[in-house]
Ligand binder design. Structure first.
Ligand code: FAD
Length: 459
């Protein structure tokens, strides 16, 4: 190992951290998984340095773990025993903003927020947005195909990447920095590296899509009697707002009441309690016309009994107040420990039946289990937390819920990825043939298995 480290130290543009200089931040992500100490942290500042690192590690059969901003929630970037960490933080910066093509070319270690701010300064938006925006890197977002708050309107990260550069396990640089929306010249190889969580290659640069800024925004917090009305409302708003609905966040009373009762800075703006709540937004180009459409649509939903109470934001302060309830999820850890946290998707048409089945099987298998439920819903994504107060029950809760997800044809990971945590549950959402093809791809692109071993796919 010492020989390899010496060679890695000699690579121009690389920086190597060893021993006590490896701070705690390189040892864990945001999951509850145990931290791990890498043999060294390799910090390339150029694609060439990254390529040279991988060439040497490949020749030596040295396993590596790839790290972006380390905000992942599934343990994928945590070093395992015997691994070296390749951290992309120094491969950082915006190379170009092309206003005509509406693209931005960036290096993989650029923080998401830096990209959002640069787009904003040039009169555009880069619509990927998530709570970890200040710390996560675009390379991590691409590798996890991150979702977030605006998937409904703009799609997941995959839909926002036009071109990509990746370094393969043996150090080969695959440059495909396409700027065009249409390009059917053979296989679109960038998808090998989007959402594959660093198991097939290391993302080094990307060409991202930008969009014009919305000129208007309308926000409302709505109360409904049951989930059947939620799906009817979703259909109504999708039809009326035709592609301009930018948020449709659903919070069940279990979640809404918990947050508004426990989190100091968050209060319910309603005088009464309701079974389910929807936070919705419309973004468009004409504030007056959009506000009229928004009001008229919600008024008719109330007249039809779909919505039983409604609050329309009349200022940015109101909007922030509504979103604080949804974003209050980040505070739950202060009140409940030992939760099983789910990021799953099931078809919207099965969601009510799915939740009823989960509740029934959970209570039978883990007496006293409680659930806090919320989700983006319009993109089929449900988040929820289950807890009893005892750490001993956590694994049983994961086992029960993921089995039911499989029974309903859902996905054990809507947006956070598989990482290490969900590797044992992949078979609930992928067929043996799908998993075998994943393993074949891994074998073809990384025959020595040095890239993020033991993540995403079993075996
Ligand atoms: C408060 C909070 C809110 C969040 N909200 C959301 C959300 O709404 N939606 C969502 O999808 N996720 C969310 N996440 C999860 C997380 O932020 C995303 O998964 C994010 O995309 C990870 O980026 P990162 O740079 O931190 O990657 P890391 O955590 O460093 O790595 C994640 C995975 O990607 C691999 N990887 C990292 N960089 C590269 C690269 N350049 N090339 C190849 N592989 C690489 C790693 O090996 C690891 O497997 C949230 C996390 C937090 C803490």
């Amino acid at each position: 190992m010492q020989d390899l480290i010496t060679q890695l130290q000699a690579i121009p543009g690389n920086d190597v951290l060893l021993g006590n200089s490896i701070s705690e931040k390189y040892q864990h992500d945001w999951s509850a998984d145990a931290p791990g100490m890498p043999g060294a942290v390799l910090r390339p500042a150029t694609t060439e340095a990254l390529s040279a690192i991988l060439r040497l590690c490949h020749a030596a059969g040295q396993p590596v773990v790839v790290q972006g901003g380390l905000t992942g929630l599934t343990g994928g970037a945590i070093p395992k025993s015997g691994e070296l960490a390749i951290n992309l933080e120094r491969l950082n910066g915006i190379e170009e903003l092309d206003a005509d093509a509406m693209t931005m070319t960036v290096k993989a270690g650029t923080p998401l927020q830096t990209i959002q701010e640069a787009a904003d300064a040039a009169g555009f938006i880069f619509p990927l947005d998530l709570g970890a925006r200040g710390t996560c890197n675009i390379g991590g977002n691409i590798s996890t195909n991150a979702g977030g708050n605006q998937v409904l309107r703009f799609g997941m990260t995959r839909a926002l990447v036009l071109g990509l550069e990746a370094v393969m396990a043996d150090g080969t640089v695959l440059t495909s920095m396409n700027k065009m929306l249409k390009n059917n010249a053979g296989y679109d190889l960038k998808h090998l590296f989007i959402g594959t969580e660093g198991t097939l290659g290391v993302v080094s640069r990307a060409v991202l899509r930008l969009f014009p800024k919305a000129a208007s925004r309308c926000t409302a917090l709505l109360a409904l009697e049951d989930f059947a009305d939620v799906t009817k409302l979703l259909r109504l708003l999708s039809a009326k707002f035709s592609g301009s609905m930018s948020a449709f966040e659903v919070m069940w009373a279990s979640y809404f009441d918990f947050i508004t009762e426990h989190v100091d800075s968050v209060d319910s703006p309603f005088d009464a309690h309701y079974p389910v709540y929807v936070l919705t937004e419309l973004e468009g180009s004409d504030q007056e016309k959009d506000a009229e459409l928004f009001m008229n649509t919600l008024s008719s939903a109330m007249e039809d009994g779909l919505v039983v109470d409604a609050l329309i934001a009349s200022s940015e302060k109101d909007r922030e107040k509504f979103w604080k309830i949804r974003d209050g999820v980040g505070e739950i850890g202060a009140f409940i420990k030992d939760t099983a946290n789910f990021d799953i998707s099931v078809p919207i048409s099965s969601m009510a039946a799915f939740l009823a089945q989960v509740e029934m099987e959970l209570v039978a298998a883990v007496p006293g289990a409680r659930m806090l439920v919320f989700g983006h819903i319009a993109d089929s994504n449900l988040h929820f937390m289950c807890y009893t107060g005892s750490h001993d029950d956590v694994k049983a809760m994961y086992d029960v819920v993921y089995k039911v997800v499989g029974d309903f044809g859902g996905s054990v990971s809507a947006e956070h990825g598989i990482g290490v945590q969900k590797i044992g549950y992949l078979q609930h959402s992928r067929t043996p043939a799908e998993i075998a093809l994943m393993q074949n791809l891994k074998q073809a692109l990384d025959p020595k298995g040095i890239l993020n071993p033991g993540r995403v796919i079993p075996g």
